[in-house]
Design a binder for this molecule. Structure first.
Ligand code: SF4
Length: 216
């Protein structure tokens, strides 16, 4: 597994707890608006390597937090992710895994290990290639991932990033229809990056169905 970086303290990456954040390198999607694009494209050149990260997790970080968010990039492209999550658990951490939902089999393998999953819902199904920047429509994989989480009754959240110019109200309507009562569902808003400038003249959204969705 390639580690792109380690943030030793965060108040926003694990629900209700301070946590550290491990960033894995690389992603199988190319979302045009990706705010972690250097990490997703494998260009992040932090000096952290696995042994340094493990040492920090065993010692320094364990004194400050008891939860870890593993994010990317896309963590599930790394075949040794479940082993790494097991390692974190062996140190006594609670572990959250952020995923774009494209690897349901690996999520299944981690159901007994990880404590919390956060799954991106990029858009309504037919727009997946536009929002993910790849030709293959990965919606069925994402749907399968959510089905697995629902079936197993593990803790999880669904989250959509609204991207002015790419997203529209039908995507938010889809998120609302797709989500089930009682699920944690969040909507965030994309910011400009060096690769993707958000046109300020495009209205963000006119009508928001927020019955099941929290905006953050
Ligand atoms: S799935 Fe996430 S990390 Fe990967 S390109 Fe899209 S926004 Fe970036």
């Amino acid at each position: 597994m390639r580690i792109a970086g380690l943030r030793s303290f965060s108040l926003v990456d694990y629900p209700g707890r301070p946590s550290a954040v491990v960033f894995t390198s690389g992603c199988n999607f190319r979302c045009p608006w990706c705010h972690n694009w250097k990490i997703a494209y494998g260009e992040e050149s932090l000096d952290d390597n696995m042994e340094n990260v493990k040492m920090a997790l065993r010692e320094k970080i364990r004194k400050r937090v008891n939860a870890i968010c593993v994010t990317g990039g896309e963590p599930t492209i790394h075949s040794d992710l479940p082993k790494f999550v097991e390692f974190l658990k062996s140190l006594g951490y609670l572990v959250k895994v952020d995923t774009n939902g494209s690897n349901p089999n690996m999520v299944k393998d981690m159901l007994e290990i990880a404590n919390y999953f956060a799954v991106d819902i990029k858009s309504r199904p037919e727009k997946y290639p536009l929002l993910t920047g790849i030709d293959i429509n990965m919606w069925e994989k994402v749907e399968k991932t959510v089905e697995i989480l629902r079936e197993y009754k593990v803790s999880y959240e669904l989250r959509m990033t609204y991207v002015p110019g790419l997203s529209d109200e039908k995507d938010v309507d889809f998120l609302s229809e797709f989500s089930e009562n009682g699920e944690n569902v969040f909507l965030t808003f994309a910011k400009s990056t060096p690769n993707f400038q958000i046109d300020r003249d495009i209205p963000y959204i006119q009508h928001l169905k927020v019955d099941k969705i929290k905006v953050r």
